[in-house]
Design a binder for this molecule. Structure first.
Ligand SMILES: [Zn+2]
Ligand SMILES: [Zn+2]
Length: 351
């Protein structure tokens, strides 16, 4: 098998050859058909998250080992199954839920493997899909994609379930009030598309990039606002009729979270999804006086992946721009993403 691996943080991915794995026990081996390129790959590649005040959260200190094959949005065709792998057969095309946990800790037992205290996510802690082959430890992580194409289904594993998981956290107001979304990158555009399928009233998108704002309008935003405008807060308040009941921050910068807090109406909620980094100061009286909720959302659970696929099968695939590129161009694709040259999703096609 062939893969492109991070061998040194921030350095170009290296082409590696290894023996193709043979499945044991409940394991399943897939030939990778589609592997989406996600913004969080840039953080994994760099090896850290910015946590504000000049501090970095180093991923190598948190159980991530090099060399690492990244790629966590994968669809593959099953080519071999272990003797105890039930419910899946050779030739099946499956989406891989990458957010694997230990399956045994208290968090996993509540159904939130994505929040496991000892995560072993595909493309983060274990080998991912920038590769011709992928080993999955158990068939419970594999989902039928129906008649979706692999390249349209792959982004559901991360940007899809991340958007879905965030939208479910504002479900109290979704149908009746506009939702404000910060950032119209891959996840933001996915959220716009899913928001409509979930019966959302309308979406107001804030982004500093005119190209992304245009993409958001095309994807069905009711209004877009320039995040750099000096009166951005007033514009959000006007567009929401006095303040936002629900904001979802797909950027996660200190400034955007602050803007979400400032734009919230009394009783409003800010859901933080993006990992851009930074920090934020919130006057503590705001929590009671504004009855403010700030909630984090990290990808989604196995149940949420299943719900998302059911929604997509019922209402159609999210209409997010998807471009495919051969696996050999993965370094170029990552650099284009870092430079903001990608609208929607790029999906590598290893086989
Ligand atoms: Zn991702
Ligand atoms: Zn666990």
């Amino acid at each position: 098998m062939l893969s492109f691996d991070v061998c040194e943080c921030g350095a170009p991915l290296q082409r590696m050859e290894r023996e193709t794995p043979r499945p044991k026990g409940t394991e399943v081996v897939l030939k990778v058909l589609a592997a989406g390129v996600c913004h969080s790959d840039l953080h994994i590649w760099d090896g850290y998250y910015d946590i504000g005040g000049g501090q970095k959260l180093k991923l190598l200190d948190r159980g991530i080992k090099l060399p690492l094959t990244m790629g966590h949005e994968n669809v593959g065709e099953v080519i071999a199954v272990g003797p105890e792998a039930k419910g899946v057969g050779v030739g099946d095309v499956r989406l891989v839920d990458p957010w694997m946990g230990c399956g045994e800790c208290v968090v996993c037992r509540r159904g939130d493997e994505n929040l496991c205290t000892k995560p072993c996510s595909v493309g983060v802690h274990r080998a991912g899909g920038y590769s011709t082959h992928l080993l999955v430890p158990h068939p419970r992580y594999l989902f039928d994609i129906g008649n979706l194409s692999p390249e349209r289904a792959a982004p559901l594993a991360c940007s899809g379930v991340t958007a879905y998981g965030a939208l479910t956290k504002v479900s109290e107001t979704l149908r009746d009030e506009p939702v404000v979304m910060f950032g119209a990158g891959g996840v933001g555009l996915m959220a716009l598309a899913l928001h409509k399928k979930m019966g959302g009233k309308s979406a107001i998108v804030v982004d500093i990039d005119p190209v992304k704002r245009e993409a958001a309008m095309k994807a069905g935003a009711a209004k877009t606002i320039d995040g750099k405008a000096p009166d951005v807060l007033d514009q959000i308040r006007a567009a929401t009729g006095g303040g936002a009941w629900a904001s979802i921050d797909f950027v996660g910068a200190g400034q955007t979270v602050k803007l979400g807090v400032d734009a919230a109406i009394k009783g409003g909620k800010v859901v933080v999804v993006g990992l851009f980094g930074g920090d934020v100061v919130v006057p503590t009286p705001f929590f009671p006086i504004k009855a403010l909720t700030i909630q984090g959302s990290y990808v989604g659970s196995l149940n949420e992946v299943a719900e998302l696929l059911a929604l997509v099968k019922d209402k159609g695939a999210p209409d997010v721009p998807v471009a495919t590129r051969p696996l050999e161009q993965v370094n170029a694709a990552l650099n284009d993403l870092r430079d903001g040259r990608i609208v929607g999703r790029v999906v590598m096609t290893p086989s």
